[in-house]
Design a protein around this ligand. Structure first.
Ligand SMILES: *[C@@H]1O[C@H](CO)[C@@H](O)[C@H](O)[C@H]1NC(C)=O
Ligand SMILES: *[C@@H]1O[C@H](CO)[C@@H](O)[C@H](O)[C@H]1NC(C)=O
Length: 212
């Protein structure tokens, strides 16, 4: 009796410490559709994995994204960490490696899509008590995380994180490197060029500047 009570506490504690991210593929897909993200990406989005994106905070617990969360710029300085959530119905999608990309879909037209992150060689660690397998990369990111900076007065920008299965040869791709402009990026054409295919997971946040 006592043992099982302790076990319940043990299992419950990590969930209390970290706010819950996405737990349902169906809800993630619906949120992506509601915010016109697949159409704007020109990509099909039928996720089979739950991507965790977590932002560290200076004087507060980390913020874990769920699809459609509204966050102020100050909460998303990053860099974020990534993970995969295992649930009763959603397994971890294998050992990887995986590619993670993040783009802003709502930059001014002259900037097009802005690349906020692109990194490969992510592999999952063991699944923790909170169901999350942390993703760590064994090579530097192609394009390090850039903090969102939507202009004051803009409606919230959609910052979309996508998870892909990494194709062989990704590490020697020459389409994008650290000095490639982050503006006028196109994740769909990059995906075609390097053979990423469609995303297997993703989430997004809505970020607006503080009004003055
Ligand atoms: C792109 O997103 C906007 C909403 O931000 C939507 O009005 C528009 O229909 C979308 N375009 C496509 C092709 O999905
Ligand atoms: C980055 O890519 C550009 C072409 O897109 C190339 O000219 C440059 O040499 C590359 N830089 C590195 C460090 O590979």
């Amino acid at each position: 009796m006592f043992w099982s009570f302790s076990l319940v506490l043990l299992l419950a504690t990590p969930a209390l410490l970290s706010p819950v991210g996405d737990t349902s593929l169906k809800v993630v897909r619906e949120e992506f559709n509601e915010f016109h993200i697949p159409g704007n990406l020109s990509m099909t989005f039928n996720p089979t994995a739950l991507l965790e994106v977590t932002f560290p905070e200076k004087n507060a617990p980390p913020v874990r994204l769920h699809a459609g969360i509204h966050l102020p710029i100050s909460d998303v300085a990053g860099p974020p960490s990534f993970g995969l959530l295992k649930t009763l119905t959603t397994p971890i999608p294998g050992h990887g490696p995986f590619v993670v990309a993040a783009v802003d879909l709502d930059a001014a037209p002259q900037y097009g899509q802005i690349r906020h992150f692109l990194g490969g060689d992510y592999t999952p660690g063991p699944v923790g008590l909170d169901g999350v397998a942390k993703l760590t990369n064994s090579t530097p990111a192609v394009s390090e995380f850039i903090q969102p900076a939507p202009p004051v007065g803009d409606p919230p920008h959609r910052y979309v994180f996508l998870l892909f299965k990494q194709p062989a040869g990704f590490d020697s791709q020459t389409a994008v490197n650290a000095t490639t402009p982050v503006t006028n990026f196109n994740i769909a054409s990059f995906s075609q060029t390097v053979g990423l295919g469609e995303p297997i997971g993703g989430t997004f946040m809505l970020v607006a500047a503080a009004s003055t």
